[in-house]
Every structure is written in C-alpha cells, then in structure tokens.
Ligand binder design. Structure first.
Ligand code: 5AD
Ligand code: SF4
Length: 471
C-alpha cells in the first residue's frame, strides 16, 4: 500500500477568478458532465461536490452519457464486485468516446474515488483512453485538471492522489447545490481502525474531522437552500472530534446538539458509526435532541467473538449488545440497522450461528449483508479462504433471517400514525416520503409540497415500504 504515496502527485488548485482568466478563448461555456457513482453515501456526497466544483467552468450535469463532454466514474473499492464494475463501465464509455470522436467531439474520461486511489497507474495501463485518475482526497483539483485538458496540455500529471484533506474542504466551492429536501454533509473522513478486511484506511487515508464552524456553516447554507434533513457523513462518523473556535475537540453528540439550534432543520441523521466510538454525548443526543432520528446504522459485522477478534473489530458481542441496550434506555423509540460479513476467513458453522443468534436478539430493522471479498493488500486476504459455496449458502440463510426481522419491524407500523418527510409530491403518480426509520412511505395528497412533514396513518407494509393515508 505504500506504493499509493509514491504515486501521489498533487496538482495545485487555482481560485475561481484564475480559472476563468485562463480558459481557452474558443471555450464554449456550456459543457455536459455525466457522473456515474458507485458505493456509499460518502461517494454520493463526493460526486455532488465534484459537480459543484465544475459548475464555474460551465459544466452542467446530464443523465445522457452520449452527450457528455466529461465523464467521471466515482468508484468504490470496498468489494471486488465494485472494482470489476468499473472496468466493464469504462469499456462502455470507451465506445461513447470513440463515437463522439468520429462526430468531431472530444470526451474527457476521469476515474475518481477509491479504486483510483488503490490502482492509480494500473487503471491508465488497463484503460489507456482514461484521461486522468484522481483519488478521493484530491478531487478539489478537478477544475484545474479539466482546464489543462481543455487547454490540451499533454504533459500534465495524469494521476492526482495523496491525502491533503485539510486542503480539499478549503478549496471546494462554498456554494452547494440541492436536489431535494435531503442533503448529505461530510464531517469526517478516513479511518484509523484497520479492520483486517477493509481497504478504507488505505484508500481514504487517516482519520480527519472538519472544524466545527465549517460544519455549522455548511449546514446553515444547506438549510438556507431548502434542506429539511441533513445526514452527517463519515467513514467512522462517531469518531468525529472537530475543533471548536477555542481549539477544543467536539464530539459527534455535541456537534448534533449545536446543529439542533439551526432554525429550519427538521431532521438529522449520521452514518457510519463504529460501536467502539459510541460515547455518553451521543447517547444523550439521542435522548434530548428531537430532530435526531431514532434510527442508527451500527455495523456489527459478526456475532462471534472469535471472528470479531480476527477482524480486529475491537469489541465483543456482549459489548455490542450492551450498547444497543443503552441506546434503548436513553430512547426507547430507537431501531437499528447493521452490516454483516459472512464467510470471513476461519468462520466456522458455530461462529455463523452466533451471528444469527445476535440478529434474533437485536431484531434489526434493516441490514446490509456481504460475502467476504478478499481485498488486495489487506491482512485477511492473505490467509486461507473459505469455500465460495459455503459463503454463498451462509449469505442466503442470513438474508432469510434478516428479511424476517425487517418484515416484522415494518408490520409494527400497521394503523400507526407516523411523521413522513415528503420527497415526491406528484398528484398523478402518487406521493412518496420517508419515515423516521428511512422507510419509503407511499400515499396520495392533492396539494402537499416536497419538504412538508405529514402525519400518515399506515394501512399496509411490505419488505421495502409502507403505504398509508394522510390524517
Ligand atoms: N468484504 C466484504 N464486505 C466488506 N465490507 C467492507 N470490507 C469488506 C470486504 N472486504 C463491508 C462491511 C462494511 C461495509 C461498508 O462493507 O460490512 O461495514
Ligand atoms: Fe473499514 Fe469501518 Fe473498519 Fe474503518 S471501522 S477499517 S472503515 S470497516
């Protein structure tokens, strides 16, 4: 993994005035930008920020790749599947680029995100039609990179990696766009936990928390733009320890308390948390802050102490269950979601049964389950692996157990009246909103507006959604 840093080259960012001053004279201000995003909400946030950073260069987002002057693939490296998808997608974009070239149009292809960080120059070797590779911590240099290509400077660096995080958030434009009542806000990046299966500490780098004032300012800006709900993002979000104006560290719980003062903000969420970083401030926030949603994504990964130790998760199942218990004591309305890895190297049948037992104890409202995927360079990839068939049988079984709990959770809402934040208000095709627990809730209403919070009485439920009427 040390090769990442030796690949690192940093392109110096310019300010907005310099950008315009140096654009080529024949430059047409409206160019089309197509972004394909893989992976987590962090990547969705990053894609939004990349788009915003390119607006001053005259780029406008499009859904039609054939019309795009610039294609960005924002990649995820967490499991092998995500990486494979990149290369098949790039093959598709190569065809687009060639077709456009035949029609006299040029297309820039940029690979961004964690696969860019991890594979760097290998991407350019395997897909030489890619123009540039940028890592997740250097995408603030995108405007300069794109501008240099528009200026046809062939000798510019083709790779921009490294971890200059402080610089990234300072250099990105302050202005944010907003596509609905829900907004993401990145408050923390990177991870120092080094779970033995995970690439994040290598691709996203060491943990970094944004200063409190920056987060509060961005939140206020998002609310001014019309955001009703903000999800705070971080790879290890509850390790947040951003500095306040006096240079003192602020916990996530304290940050939430500060954000609750923001007029107009009606819902707050955060993801993804690590069980070891749950503290009293966070528990108190769930007890005292009404706008903090009673729904927590707290990945456990496994219910077996032996596997948890081998993963270097730094807690036991008893520790995890105790945290769940505490959250429920502080706020009995809490429900939980989790991530599970099955088929981790050395996982026995008994270990797997421990995971199923833990699920039956917690009654997770929602969960994401994955077959263990060996990631090059991580310690767990270097030991003996389980048989693929065992892994897939266990995944299937686990999904059955998780589905049962999800359906049971959804059925508890039958006939209840619940608050729903409207995301789509469409008289003809029906309205859709989110419950406090992230369910899609479908209903009809002749004149509600996106961003309203309505009381809906639930009439039916399925695995994925609820249906009801406005009361
Ligand atoms: N294989 C399978 N799943 C993984 N995750 C992270 N790394 C791997 C891997 N190598 C899962 C974990 C994590 C989620 C984001 O992805 O469950 O919480
Ligand atoms: Fe990866 Fe999460 Fe473990 Fe960090 S805490 S190494 S991001 S799984």
């Amino acid at each position: 993994m040390s090769t990442f840093s030796s690949l690192a080259q940093t392109i110096q960012p310019l300010d907005a005035a310099e950008r315009f001053a140096t654009l080529p004279p024949e430059y047409t201000p409206t160019k089309r930008l197509f972004i394909k995003t893989y992976g987590c909400q962090m990547n969705v946030y990053d894609s939004e920020r990349m788009e915003e950073a390119l607006v001053p260069l005259g780029f406008q987002a499009t859904d039609m790749v054939d019309t795009a002057d610039l294609i960005i693939v924002n990649t995820c490296h967490i499991r092998a599947k995500a990486e494979d998808k990149l290369f098949s997608e790039l093959g598709r974009f190569r065809i687009v680029k060639n077709k456009r070239k035949d029609a006299g149009q040029s297309t820039i292809i940029i690979v961004a995100g964690c696969v860019g960080q991890a594979l760097g120059a290998d991407i350019l070797k395997r897909a030489p039609y890619v123009d540039v590779v940028v890592g997740p911590q250097t995408y603030h240099t995108l405007p300069e990179t794109v501008m240099r290509i528009l200026w046809a400077q062939p000798n510019q660096p083709k790779i921009s990696l490294g971890f200059p995080k402080m610089e990234k958030f300072d250099e990105l434009p302050q202005e944010r766009g907003l596509k609905g009542p829900q907004a993401f806000l990145s408050i923390q990046e990177g991870c120092n936990k080094f779970c033995k299966y995970c690439v994040v500490p290598y691709t996203r780098g060491p943990e970094y928390s944004r200063p409190l004032s920056d987060v509060l300012q961005e939140a206020k800006h998002l609310v001014d733009l019309g955001a009703k709900e903000i999800t705070l993002l971080g790879q290890n979000v509850n390790a947040y320890h951003g500095l306040d104006a006096g240079g003192k560290e602020t916990s996530l719980g304290r940050l939430i308390m500060a954000l609750a003062e923001c007029p107009g903000l009606t819902r707050l969420r955060y993801t993804t948390s690590h069980p070891r970083d749950v503290d009293d401030d966070l528990l108190c926030a769930h007890r005292d802050i009404k706008i903090l949603m009673p729904f927590l994504h707290l990945p456990v990964q496994s219910g077996s102490n032996r596997v948890l130790a081998r993963m270097n998760r730094q807690y036991t199942r008893e520790f995890y269950l105790n945290i769940i218990e505490k959250f429920l004591q502080y706020n009995p309305k809490m429900a939980f979601s989790s991530d599970f890895i099955v088929g981790y190297p050395g996982e026995s049948d008994d270990d797997f049964q421990d995971t199923c037992r833990l699920i039956d104890q917690v009654h997770f409202a929602q969960a994401f389950s994955f077959m263990y995927s060996p990631r090059p360079g991580t310690p767990a990839a270097m030991v003996k692996q389980l048989d693929e068939q065992i892994k897939s049988q266990r995944l299937q079984h686990l999904n059955g157990v998780l589905d049962g709990h999800r359906l049971a959770f959804n059925q508890t809402f039958q006939d209840q009246v619940i608050p729903v934040l409207v995301e789509r208000a469409d008289e003809d095709h029906g309205c859709m909103g989110r419950s406090e627990y992230m369910h899609s809730v479908h209903f009809t209403h002749p004149f509600c507006a996106v961003g309203d919070i309505l009381n809906i009485q639930i009439q039916s439920s399925s695995h994925n959604s609820l249906k009801g009427v406005v009361v």
